[in-house]
Design a protein around this ligand. Structure first.
Ligand code: HEM
Length: 190
């Protein structure tokens, strides 16, 4: 029970820290009249989130076949956390048009859903503790144990159910990002 509470508070703390720090940084940039950051933070944040999909490619061995998938998952998590932070600096507190607002909303849902996925992942992995000691008794190396545990965890029923909800959000979010980016660049002038 205490471990579940600890993980839940970690989830809530991540949301608060990312949002509050992004708003604070954007207010400071506003005070100093630094407006040019918007194009930079928009492109950079999107790039980080696009790079995070490297995990999906590694998972399916499409184009990327190197590296421990568990480490790719950790990269996915950090790239999406930093990417979300940068995008929140990009949007700041200036909400005017419907498309950017909808894109921001979908990103926030994707971000929170990702954190929930991490929560489900950690719980599923916890249940494999016995398996971990079995694997180390078999004499497998640390990297191989991590990879086996990762594949068992992602195949767990709880995570498969969560992915059914997570994936449509990601698809909608990706479509909105493309629509928002194309329209923003078009109206600024290509
Ligand atoms: C903008 C935000 C995010 C996007 C676009 C995103 C995208 C995705 C996608 C597409 C998958 C499915 C992987 C696959 O089966 O190919 C996934 C899974 C996952 N994501 Fe994220 N994610 C985001 C945020 C996060 C965050 C913030 C975390 C945690 C810190 C996270 C942790 C996970 C975990 C644990 C999985 C499950 C691994 C698996 O199913 O193989 N995600 N994410």
């Amino acid at each position: 029970m205490t471990i579940v509470l600890k993980r839940l508070s970690g989830l809530i703390l991540t949301i608060i820290l990312v949002t509050a720090n992004a708003i604070l940084l954007e207010i400071i940039l506003d005070i100093y009249g630094i407006e040019w950051h918007r194009l930079f933070t928009g492109i950079f944040g999107t790039l980080l989130i696009v790079l995070s999909f490297g995990y999906s490619l590694r998972k399916r061995k499409i184009l990327i076949t190197f590296g421990n998938p568990m480490k790719w998952l950790i990269c996915h998590e950090w790239l999406t956390i930093i990417g979300t932070f940068v995008i929140l600096v990009h949007t700041g507190t200036h909400f005017k048009a419907l498309v950017p607002i909808s894109t921001l909303f979908l990103m926030s849902v994707a971000f929170i859903s990702g954190l929930v996925g991490k929560f489900v992942y950690n719980n599923a992995r916890e249940e494999l503790k016995v398996k971990k000691s079995e694997l180390s008794r078999e004499g497998l190396g640390a990297d191989e144990i991590e990879e086996r545990l990762w594949s068992l965890t992602v195949a767990s029923g709880a995570l498969s159910k969560w992915r059914k909800l997570h994936k449509p959000v990601i698809v909608l979010f990706a479509l909105m990002v493309v629509y928002h980016a194309v329209s923003a660049l078009y109206y600024r002038g290509f």
